[in-house]
Design a binder for this molecule. Structure first.
Ligand code: ARG
Length: 468
């Protein structure tokens, strides 16, 4: 039986049913659908469309159906096109006649938009919590790295030494922007579409403000056409996830490089590495590679949805059903990456000596030499040229740079001291810089930021659970 029984002849073609059925994936919205329906039932009671006892019975039946869905006990029937149909069918099986009143004044168009906003509010908060867990690990590893340093790169060429803690926190700050984006997406999607009906509202005395409040939304829609056709929040969620995926991909790429014999900056814990089916000696960074590889899929899902949306006339169009699979998949995939990368970072072993050797190359203090000259009154451009000339001479004549520096009248001992291992990084003293002094301060700021974000997230999650 279809929901539009009466208007069309019976017997939808099998090909149409196969094409349009969505219950296989939109059952993910089950809990939200029950939540939305419970609010709607209370709204119908308040509008005097349902008697008090009818409201109570329907709320109870909805709770029963919700439990059946949560425990996987609800068997979907062949005619259950989507989760909304399945819930209404099951409510009617249990409540009889009364079930037929459930959908009064509502359309699946405002229903699905409501469900999906509820899902995003809840699930994006869970995801932000996962990001915070990875940030915690990065902070812990940064703290424990102490004064260890490694080359900082530009163009993947050694540039200046930086503290390992500084490098790890660079990823931490990118992730902080992800948490910020996720929470502000949650703030923006805090609008209830329920009551918009199919597209134009209703002749019944429904109160969209009341149901918005019941669902813990701060606002109701202002425009019914917009309410049922807006999927900006899905696109934003997919963008947040895609950019988060890009950050995780860059981290993954770095681990691939750093764990190679060529770099040798870290060794992965066996539990977070993989072997080869043929080459007995291999220890492979598949987790990091999948973090890198899956970013393509996350970007694809965002692109796919934007293309789906771009040509749609107002208001609801069935194309919108295509919003769910990419959203659910991106969310699941990025959570899987986060979980594995968090474990990988928590357990990998750093090789400080190897990093430091790489960072103590003869030229790592080149800019410090130039700045020493600047402090002695030499214009920077001249100082730069002088040091560049010494570096070149050292390479061409195979003379250690330190000897040339020592012998230079404007550099001498003070210059040679700058070439001592570990010295250059200590000279990065400006706020936000890569040396021990600013990094200690940065670590404090980062730790405080995690606390603030955790509190902000707890507020989002409270809003999401208060009604349920
Ligand atoms: N499964 C549909 C979706 O996800 C629900 C809304 C269907 N509405 C309609 N008018 N056919 O978009």
């Amino acid at each position: 039986m279809t929901l539009w029984q009466g208007r069309l002849g019976d017997g939808m073609a099998e090909a149409v049913a196969d094409l349009s059925v969505s219950v296989g994936f939109d059952k993910e919205l089950a809990a939200d659908d029950i939540e939305g329906s419970r609010a709607h039932v209370r709204g119908l009671g308040r509008a005097g469309i349902l008697e008090k006892e009818e409201v109570e019975t329907l709320l109870e039946v909805l709770a029963t159906v919700g439990a059946e869905l949560a425990e996987g006990r609800l068997e979907f029937a062949p005619g259950d096109e989507d989760v909304h149909t399945a819930v209404e069918r099951r409510v009617t099986e249990i409540a009889g006649e009364l079930g037929a009143k459930l959908h009064t004044g509502r359309s699946r168009n405002d229903q699905v938009a409501t469900d999906l906003r509820l899902w995003c509010r809840r699930s994006l908060a869970v995801l932000a919590g996962d990001v915070l867990a990875l940030q915690d690990v990065l902070l812990g590893r940064a703290r424990e790295a102490g004064d260890a340093y490694l080359p900082g790169y530009t163009h993947l060429q050694r540039a200046q030494p930086v503290l390992l803690a500084h490098h790890l926190l660079a990823h931490g700050w990118a992730l902080a922007r992800d948490v910020d984006r996720l929470t502000s997406t949650i703030d923006r999607l805090d609008v209830s579409p329920l009551g918009a009906g199919a597209l134009a509202g209703s002749s019944l005395p429904l109160d969209p403000d009341f149901v918005a409040d019941q669902l813990g939304f701060s606002h109701r829609f202002e425009n019914s056409l917009d309410a049922v056709s807006d999927r900006d929040f899905v696109a934003e969620g997919l963008f947040d996830i895609a950019l988060l995926g890009v950050h995780l991909s860059r981290m993954g790429e770095e681990i691939v490089l750093w764990s190679s014999d060529e770099w040798g900056f870290c060794t992965l814990d066996d539990a977070y590495a993989t072997g080869s089916s043929m080459l007995p000696q291999k220890k492979n960074p598949d987790v990091a590679e999948l973090a890198r590889g899956k970013a393509g899929r996350l970007i694809g899902h965002l692109t796919g949805l934007l293309v789906t949306l771009k040509g749609l006339p107002l208001a609801y169009n069935r194309d919108l059903q295509e919003d769910k699979e990419p959203l659910f998949d991106s969310w699941r995939q990025v959570r899987a990456i986060l979980r594995a990368l968090t474990g990988l970072y928590a357990t990998l072993q750093w090789h400080h000596a190897r990093m430091q050797d790489a960072a103590d190359g003869p030229s790592s203090a080149a800019v410090d030499l130039a700045e020493l000259l600047v402090a002695r009154g030499v214009p920077f451009r001249q100082a730069h040229a002088l040091v560049a000339g010494l570096v070149r001479e050292s390479i061409e004549r195979h003379v250690p740079l330190v000897e040339l520096v020592q012998a230079h009248p404007d550099l001498g001992d003070a210059g040679a001291q700058l070439l001592e291992p570990g010295v250059p990084v200590t000279r990065r003293t400006t706020p936000g810089g890569a040396g021990p002094v600013p990094v200690a301060e940065q670590m404090e700021h980062f730790s405080r930021r995690l606390g603030v974000d955790r509190a902000r997230l707890a507020r989002c999650s409270r809003a999401a659970t208060e009604e349920s």
